[in-house]
Write a new protein. Structure first.
Length: 344
């Protein structure tokens, strides 16, 4: 089969690999029909993710069809259409029993990181019963590809951790795929003010189309503008969807007394926490790696057309054009790429 293989910082190649085989009775082998590229794949290629060893097939998102299952898999059989969760979970360990699949002792984020991932024609999924979801008949596979990672990430780490409430004010710093996923799913709760901040004007236009009430670049008067849109209080929920010190520190300036900063961004270096100002502001700061516990809920919302994640898709490629797909996704400011769909 063809697969996109990581070869160390700055290096990747589309090459021939053997079709994966089951190593454990709980494994399933899935033939992919859709996959995509995530910002995290770009982090791996920069060398930011030391757990990902050269030789690993990249990718942790996708949908497909079950090819074979191990003898202990009871919920799936060959031919079933499935959504692959970016988080693998055994369903039995202490973390899994608390719904913290991201920290599963025999799983978590392993696909396209510690084991071969989904940017290939086939993938081996460990603990298939807990790590796959059935796709209902007639469901749009493009839309569901957005449910492997970005929709549950925006919803769980941003909206749920951020305690978005009806009528509240929300500010989202970062208008990439995750920021927009938070923007879409925040609207389940009907906030009254929904601000999106990003330097890219095209991404702000998209945010406006997806329901932002106010958009702006993070320029010198961003704090004053956010105060003016929130009765001088700041935002009740501030969602950090970038992962650099400047954006987290902006969140610290934008949060209202009693509010929550929900971090979603992947941070590679330390960030200053301004307790000299915030110690008395009754704020909460949350962090989380997506657990994908809300995937069944989101799947039903998409199937019932209450959520349209396919609108995040801007480009399509065949697996053989993976280089072009990475270039397009990696140069999003020029290509205006948001999510790309790749069909093996
Ligand atoms: Zn991802
Ligand atoms: Zn577990």
């Amino acid at each position: 089969m063809r697969a996109l293989v990581y070869h160390g910082p700055g290096s990747r190649a589309l090459e021939e690999r053997p079709v994966p085989v089951s190593r454990n009775s709980e494994d399933a082998i899935v033939r992919l029909t859709r996959t995509t590229i995530c910002g995290t794949d770009l982090h791996i290629l920069k060398g930011d993710v030391p757990t990902c060893q050269p030789g690993t097939i990249l990718g942790h998102e996708g949908v497909g069809v079950i090819d074979t299952v191990g003898t202990a898999v009871s919920g799936f059989q060959p031919g079933d259409r499935v959504l692959i969760s970016c988080i693998t979970s055994c369903g039995r360990c202490d973390y899994c029993r608390k719904g913290m699949y991201s920290h599963c002792v025999d799983g978590g984020w392993v696909l396209g990181n510690k084991i071969d991932g989904t940017q290939a024609e086939y993938v081996r999924i460990p603990h298939a019963d807990f790590s796959l979801h059935h796709i209902p008949d007639g469901a749009d596979e493009d839309a569901l590809t957005m449910l492997s990672d970005i929709l549950p990430t925006g919803f769980e780490c941003g909206v749920l951790n951020g305690k978005v409430q009806p009528g509240c004010s929300v500010a989202i710093v970062g208008s990439g795929p995750i920021g927009l996923a938070a923007l879409m799913t925040a609207q389940f709760y009907a906030p009254s003010v929904l601000i999106v901040i990003d330097p890219d004007r095209h991404r702000l236009e998209l945010a406006k189309r997806f329901g932002a009430t106010h958009v702006m670049a993070p320029d010198t008067h961003v704090v004053a503008d956010v105060m003016s849109w929130t009765e001088g209080k700041g935002a009740d929920t501030v969602i950090e969807a970038v992962g650099v010190p400047a954006s987290f520190e902006l969140c610290e300036e934008l949060v209202a007394p009693g509010g929550t900063i929900a971090n979603v961004g992947v941070h590679g270096c330390k960030v200053d926490l301004h307790l000299e100002r915030l110690w008395s502001h009754n704020i909460t700061i949350t962090t989380r790696l997506v657990d994908t516990v809300t995937t069944p809920q989101l799947l039903r919302a998409v199937t019932a057309q209450k959520l349209d994640p396919a609108s995040l898709i801007t480009h399509r490629f065949r697996l053989e054009n993976m280089d072009e797909a990475y270039d397009t996704f990696g140069k999003a400011a020029d290509s205006k790429a948001m999510k790309v769909i790749i069909q093996p």
